[in-house]
Structure formats: C-alpha cells, structure tokens
Design a protein. Structure first.
Ligand code: ADP
Ligand code: ZN
Length: 431
C-alpha cells in the first residue's frame, strides 16, 4: 500500500512527541502574543509558555470551551490579521449559537493534506470518483473533504445532500466509487437503492464510503456495508478543528487514528476535567498544533470516547480513539438512567426486520417511546410475526439500557427523512 506521508505516520513515538512539543510551544507563544483572550487566560494560569518543557505541561493550562468562542464572537480569537484569513466556516449549530472559525491559506492547505492522507490510508487513489453528499456551505464537512480529495487527484462530484433520485443517477452515470455522507442519510439512500431493485454490486461501482458528522454504531456500519456491498470508514472532525480529517479509520476499521502531529489529544473526566487513564471513557480535548489563523488550546469537544491503548495493526504511530459514543449534550435521562441515542440505534440496527429509520420520543412521566420503521414485507405477513418482533425490540433495548421502552412499529417512509445530521430524540417532557 502506498502511504501519503509514510515518514510522518510511522515515525517513532518519541519523535512524534518531540514534534508535538515543538509545535505546542510555537502555538502557545503565538496565542500569547496575538490573542488577548488567550494572553489573559495564560497569565491567570500556573504556567508561562516559555516554561513548557513537555507535552504534559499542557495540563497546567486552562481549557477552552464552546462558551469561550461565543464570548469573543466573531473575530476575537483570530491570531492573524483578517486580511490574511481566506475562509470562514461555522459549525452547523447542532447545539447553541454557531461558532466562527477562520482559515489562512496554509490552514486550508493543511486541512486538505490531512484529508488526503486519510483517504489514501483507506486505499483511495486518483482513479477514484468521490460523490460528496455532505452539505456545501458554511458547514466544513463538504468543502474540506472536497479540497482533500482533489489533492489526491480524485474526481469529485459535489452533489451535496438530498434529491436521492439524482444521487443514485449520479452514481450510475459517473461510476461513483466512494461516498462522503452522514450515516443517517446513507441508511436512507441504501434503502432507496434497495427498494428500486438496483443491485449495488452489479449496477453501481461503489467501493467505499466515509461516514461521519454524527455518531453511529458498529451495527449501522455493518448494515449499510451489507446493503451496498462496500467498506465504510468512520471519519471524525469538528469545525473548531478544521472539520473532517481530525480522526480517520485505516483499513482495519478498529477505531480512528487521530492525526497527532496536528492535534494534541487528551481524554478527561467531563465533570472534574482530570485526565482519565488510557482506555477509559471521557471527553476528548484537542489542541491544534499546526494552525495559523485560529489556534485553540485544550478545546473541550464534549465528544465522549476513549483512547485505544493497543497499537494498530497498520503500524501507524498515531493513537486511535474508539468511535464517538455521543456528545455529552446528546445524553438524555429516563427514569434516572443516562442513555445515548446510539445505544438504542445499536440494538435496532442489529435486529432482523428493522428498517433504516427510527425516532425516540420522550413522553410525560418519563416514558420512552421508540418509533421504528420495519421492513415492508413484514406488514403483509402474519400478525404474530409483528408481535414477536416488537417483543424482541422491547427486550433487547431493556437489557441494553435498563429502561423498558414502548415500541411502535411503523411502515417505511413514515418518519421524517434526514439528509444531514438526524434529529433522533424528541423530548416532549419539557414542552
Ligand atoms: P455542531 O457542533 O454544530 O454539530 P459540527 O458540524 O462541527 O458542529 O459537528 C462536529 C460534531 O459532529 C463533533 O463534535 C461530533 O459531535 C460530531 N461528529 C463528527 N464526526 C463524527 C463521527 N465520525 N462520529 C460521531 N460523531 C461525529
Ligand atoms: Zn491503523
């Protein structure tokens, strides 16, 4: 296999840490000098940038939170003059106000390099054709991937999301080999391909898809892989860290390599802010090590994951995290139990007869209703089959999350279709 940056991906750990330290020092000096918000934060902390001797010293610095980005919105955290910034992106605003992030020319190039490196890691070459079905615009998802794929020499089809008929026509007409798409939309597109009687293995040229921008389970990955006969790679990122390309799976698909030459990674207990041990679940905290326009120090992502302590079979030195469990804001509490939507999804996507779409409705008195679409042919079968399926869903959810749900079985097409990030939970308890 041909690597994009073999020397940077497989260099000895110690060398990687030396590079991290050098870049960390530079980043800290820069924000200290150029960003009043950080100067104040650092002055209030226990350490001066010139005293940083090891990457662990970063723990002496305060966190940057999403709120910090709002306080100095829109230009406050910029470390270069605005005339040197060449692009603005904002987060998709799943939670709260949008966050504005700026890119210099170097930042644009660098984020594209990380994507290029990631795509090549999964076996992509310039012979591939990428249909980019993420939203183009303020959202980083599509544009950052677009530039990265172009860097490899891949032919990019800037399809954007939605208009599923057209998506499928594009795949057929141009021989799309790779998709970049959200998991919820991928489930829908796969179901339409199936309903149309298209045989993906014969009628399409798809080989792989990159799914990210929202949490999904291993079961969902497997389900789409089987439906389309392709390999799916998990792709993680957030606007505040350039967008996609922060972490990416290699061909072994066992967790996401975080590009540690560009991001310093910590996992902390979300309540205490203290580091957890490797392998323990906590909140991912990232520091940019190679960013010009808007470096961020110890940024609290609110995404929950764990470091996978074992080295990867591929030989890359960059450590892996397990797929994102969810963001701390996604968690909901029913009958005193903490639940992530992904735990429900994991159960549903592993059950035969369950189709692609579902919704969790939280009703008065802490009743959790799981509304789930099921295969169309089940409705034409015997009613006992439906009863059994319903019982299976109730039992499996109960044993997975310790709360007994009410389950409603629905015909496919009943629930709203998601073309971007899906809204899975409707909480009626507070309305
Ligand atoms: P917003 O915070 O407004 O949704 P972004 O569009 O930048 O802004 O989304 C980044 C967030 O999307 C991440 O913090 C994470 O919660 C989620 N995300 C991105 N990629 C993945 C992935 N592969 N798995 C799980 N969650 C992801
Ligand atoms: Zn690997």
């Amino acid at each position: 296999m041909q690597f994009w940056h073999k020397e940077l991906e497989t260099l000895p750990r110690q060398k990687l840490e030396e590079l991290q330290l050098e870049r960390l020092k530079k980043t800290l000096q820069k924000v200290y000098q150029k960003v009043p918000h950080y100067r104040k934060k650092i002055q209030d902390s226990a350490i001066n940038p010139s005293e940083i001797k090891s990457i662990n010293d970063i723990k002496k610095l305060p966190f940057t939170t999403k709120e910090d980005l709002f306080v100095d919105y829109p230009y406050g955290l910029l470390a270069i003059p605005t005339e040197r910034a060449i692009r603005l992106h904002t987060s998709s605003g799943t939670t709260g106000k949008p966050k504005a992030i700026f890119f210099s020319k170097k930042d644009i190039n660098n984020s594209a390099e990380l994507i290029a490196r990631s795509l090549v890691m999964t076996g992509a070459t310039k012979k591939d054709i990428l249909q980019n079905s993420m939203t183009y615009g303020l959202f980083t998802g599509a544009l950052v991937m677009h530039y990265g794929a172009e860097k490899v020499g891949i032919l990019v089809i800037p399809a954007g999301p939605g208009n599923t008929e057209r998506q499928i026509n594009l795949m057929r007409d141009f021989g799309t080999t790779m998709l970049h798409i959200t998991p919820s939309y991928a489930l829908y597109v796969a179901s339409v391909i199936y309903d149309k009687g298209i045989d993906p293995k014969k009628d399409l040229k798809l080989k792989r898809a990159y799914l990210g921008a929202e949490p999904y389970s291993e079961e969902t990955r497997r389900k789409i892989e089987e439906m389309l006969g392709i390999d799916i790679y998990n792709c993680y990122g957030l606007t505040e860290m350039n967008g996609p390309g922060v972490g990416f799976e290699c061909i072994y698909k066992e967790g996401l390599h975080i590009w540690e030459d560009n991001f310093l990674m910590e996992v902390v207990n979300p309540e205490t802010g203290q580091s957890v041990s490797d392998g323990e679940i906590g909140e991912l905290v990232l520091t940019t090590l190679n960013r010009e326009a808007m470096p961020l120090i110890r940024y609290r992502t609110r995404d929950l994951t764990r470091v996978i302590p074992e080295p990867c079979k591929c030989g890359r030195v960059h450590r892996r995290i397990s797929r994102i469990l969810g963001r701390s804001d996604d968690m909901f509490i029913v009958k005193g139990v903490n639940i992530f939507p992904q735990q429900i999804e994991q159960v549903l996507m592993g059950i035969k007869g369950v189709a692609q779409n579902y919704q969790i409705v939280l009703e008065a008195f802490d009743e959790m209703v799981v509304r789930v679409e099921i295969d169309r042919d089940l409705f034409d079968g015997k009613i006992e089959k439906l009863v059994r399926l319903k019982e299976e869903i109730v039992d499996k959810i109960r044993s997975n999350v310790m709360v007994k749900p009410k389950v409603e079985l629905l015909e496919p097409g009943t629930l709203p279709i998601s073309e971007g990030k899906a809204k899975r939970v409707i909480d009626k308890r507070t309305i």
